[in-house]
Each structure stands twice: as structure tokens, then as C-alpha cells.
Design a protein around this ligand. Structure first.
Ligand code: CA
Length: 237
């Protein structure tokens, strides 16, 4: 399930956003200030953050700036909320690295539409859309993986973790992902789970893809990590 961190000190607004997000199938964590937000991020990296600009203590703006300077949070999708409507403030928010910007009061429909747009662009693994790479097709809504080769369609049976791993690979094909990145994005935990765990599940994923002749699509990139590719053997170790 995709996770959204809502950083908002006004509890009525935080609650309203959370209810809508949970309705749409997201898991929600609420933080009331920058310290709580940072603690939440240090634990589990969410798929997206809704960040209020005006917070007691450290502002949302400086928090967003800090996240953009750190490797682990550089790509974290952030939508900023603010009561300020001036053009200069919008520019500061976008300069700080926000992916989108919403001025209060906003409609929850608009917020949900913007969340989906940002996720499509930056974290497609957080959405339920069907994804196809080469002969493989994955449908998160029905949890079905199929391999279609010249009209011959076969099901691929995967465990829950292998399913999430393949979904992440298929929404970010041809890119190399380190074990630490995979722990963050697929397991949501880079602290307490050993990197060896990734190797174990990649092995299981390859075994599951082997009967449909797709195991070679998951490549080991020596010293870097793993990637899903259609360019057979291009980078394999
Ligand atoms: Ca506020």
C-alpha cells in the first residue's frame, strides 16, 4: 500500500486530507511539525509528502530544502500547502524543490488530482495502473502478472514481496537500483533490514520468471545493484 506523510500543524486540515487519502487507498502518517516529519522520514520513506509551509518551529520550506540536499530524500515527491497566495512565495516553494504547490483553501478533489499527477511523474509504483515492459504485464489492482509471447499468455505466480519488487522494477525499467534504494522503495525500511534480503528476493523473483523465460530481464549490475532490462545481457556481471 502506498504511503503518504502529511505534515500539517492544523489538525482539522491534517484529518481532512487523511480521510480523503485513506478513502483513495493510501496509508497515511501525520506529523505536526518538522521534527516529527523528519523522524517519520528517517524511519520509513513515504511515496509522497504533503508539506505545510507554515509550521511551528522549522518551516516546511526549509524542511523541503534540506530533503533536496540529501541523497536519500532528493527524489521524494513533495506537494507544498500554504495559505500564502503571492507569486513570490510560489516561486520560493518550487525553488525549494516542491513538485507542486497548492494554496489554502483548496478542494480535496484538486489535491487528490495533483497527488496522482505527481505520483505518475515521480513514483508510478505508488499507483495501481497496469504496466507493461516487453512481454511482461503487471496489474497491481488484480495482483496479476502475465507473460505474453506472440499471443501465448501465461500467468506468473509471485509471493507478495516478489510482486512489489517486480512492480518497482517495471515502473522504473532500465535504471540501476542499489540494494539500499530497493530497501527504501520496496520494503520501506533501510535501517533494520539487511541488504542481503534484497538478494534473496531477487533470486526468488528470477526463479518465478524462469518458467516463462524472463529471468534474464532482472540483471545484476556488479558493484551497483539490480535493474530490469529488455536489452539482454547488456550490463550483466
Ligand atoms: Ca500551518
Amino acid at each position: 500500500m502506498s504511503q503518504v506523510l502529511v505534515v500539517e500543524d492544523e489538525s482539522a486540515i491534517a484529518e481532512l486530507i487523511s480521510i480523503n487519502l485513506r478513502h483513495a487507498g493510501f496509508e497515511v502518517t501525520i506529523a505536526a511539525n518538522a521534527e516529527q516529519a523528519q523522524a517519520a522520514i528517517d524511519g520509513v520513506l513515504p511515496d509522497l509528502v504533503i508539506l505545510d509551509w507554515m509550521l511551528p518551529g522549522q518551516s516546511g520550506l526549509s524542511l523541503a530544502k534540506r530533503w533536496r540536499t540529501e541523497a536519500r530524500t532528493r527524489e521524494l515527491p513533495v506537494i507544498m500547502l500554504t495559505a500564502r497566495a503571492e507569486e513570490g512565495d510560489k516561486i520560493s516553494g518550487l525553488d525549494a524543490g516542491a513538485d507542486d504547490y497548492l494554496t489554502k483553501p483548496f478542494s480535496t478533489n484538486e489535491l487528490m488530482a495533483r497527488i496522482r499527477a505527481v505520483l505518475r511523474r515521480k513514483a508510478p509504483e505508488a499507483l495501481d495502473s497496469v504496466v507493461e515492459v516487453g512481454p511482461l504485464k503487471i496489474d497491481p489492482a488484480t495482483r496479476r502478472v502475465t507473460r505474453d509471447l506472440n499471443g501465448d499468455t501465461r500467468d506468473v505466480k509471485l509471493g507478495a514481496t516478489e510482486f512489489r519488487l517486480l512492480h518497482f522494477f517495471m515502473t522504473h525499467p532500465e535504471r540501476v537500483h542499489s540494494r539500499a534504494q530497493l530497501l527504501d522503495r520496496v520494503w520501506g525500511d533501510h535501517v533494520f533490514i539487511e541488504e542481503r534480503t534484497v538478494d534473496v528476493h531477487v533470486k526468488r523473483l528470477r526463479e518465478a520468471l524462469s518458467p516463462v523465460q524472463c529471468a534474464h530481464m532482472i540483471e545484476t549490475v556488479r558493484g551497483a545493484g539490480y535493474r530490469l532490462t529488455q536489452q539482454v545481457q547488456a550490463l550483466s556481471a
